[in-house]
Design a protein around this ligand. Structure first.
Ligand code: SF4
Length: 248
């Protein structure tokens, strides 16, 4: 079984808990306005077998310690479900912690995939269908189907949300985001990611117009208060879910 990957980051610190090797899959069905990896959206990349990829990843195990592991990111890992599943199976057989960094738009087989996934880093693009379409170019139904699969599988979620000035910032937006996050299952943590412009040069090189030309980077310090508030909401939600499951 082979798949197409863009690259491997051997020791990442921001895509899940602990020290992690991050595999960036090639190809993504979305076209997010703020995507800073447009070079992962389309075809290309390198073809590699699941066996060879996992052989390389397992070599980093000494760096993972008790909390690290491997994160599959992209692009969109769910767009290569069989390849992803074989990689997950192989890593779980080695006892390695697995994370899936995803927008939740894939090609199905979610139950099997999630059975071999320890944590989902779920990219919430927007909480309402119009806003979702404006950012990604796609309908929201596909990602909602994935959320239901995560609910059934009981895999914990870390929510991530990119905050773009004038698009996904502001009190009203972030308040509504908090209400939406409270409806998601098993959310352990929320990470607001400040929009940055480091990917703009890639668009120029690829000859693709950049939709957010002129939008300034988001000041991360302005998000601290909201990060605290949203994490408080998700702590309350998790406590309530726990109480409900004890009652059943
Ligand atoms: S889901 Fe991720 S990789 Fe795909 S277009 Fe959006 S930001 Fe880019």
């Amino acid at each position: 079984m082979t798949g197409r990957i863009h690259s491997i980051e051997s020791m990442g610190l921001v895509d899940g808990p602990g020290v992690r090797s991050v595999v960036f899959f090639q190809g993504c069905p979305l076209r997010c306005l703020y995507c800073h990896n447009p070079d992962t959206q389309r075809g290309g990349g390198q073809e590699i077998s699941a066996q060879e990829l996992c052989r390389r990843l397992v070599r980093f195990r000494p760096y993972f310690g008790d909390s690290g592991g491997v994160t599959f990111s992209g692009g969109e890992p769910l767009a290569q479900p069989e390849f992803l599943l074989e990689c997950l199976r192989r890593l779980k057989a080695e006892g390695i912690h697995t994370c899936l960094d995803t927008s939740g738009v894939g090609l199905g087989n979610y139950g099997e995939i999630l059975a071999h996934t320890d944590l989902v880093l779920y990219d919430v693009k927007h909480f309402d269908p119009q806003g979702y379409r404006a950012i990604t170019g796609r309908d929201m139904d596909a990602t909602l189907a994935f959320v239901e699969a995560v609910r059934t599988a009981g895999v914990p979620i870390w929510v991530r949300h990119v905050v773009v000035p004038g698009l996904t910032d502001g009190e009203d937006h972030l308040t509504a985001l908090g209400a939406y996050i409270a409806t998601l299952p098993g959310v352990e943590r929320v990470e607001l990611l400040p929009y940055h412009t480091m990917g703009v040069e890639k668009y120029r090189k690829l000859g693709i117009p950049y939709a957010l030309e002129g939008v300034p980077p988001m000041d991360g310090t302005k998000l601290e208060k909201w990060n605290r508030r949203l994490n408080e909401i998700c702590r309350r939600g998790t406590k309530q879910e726990r109480n409900e499951s004890y009652e059943h």
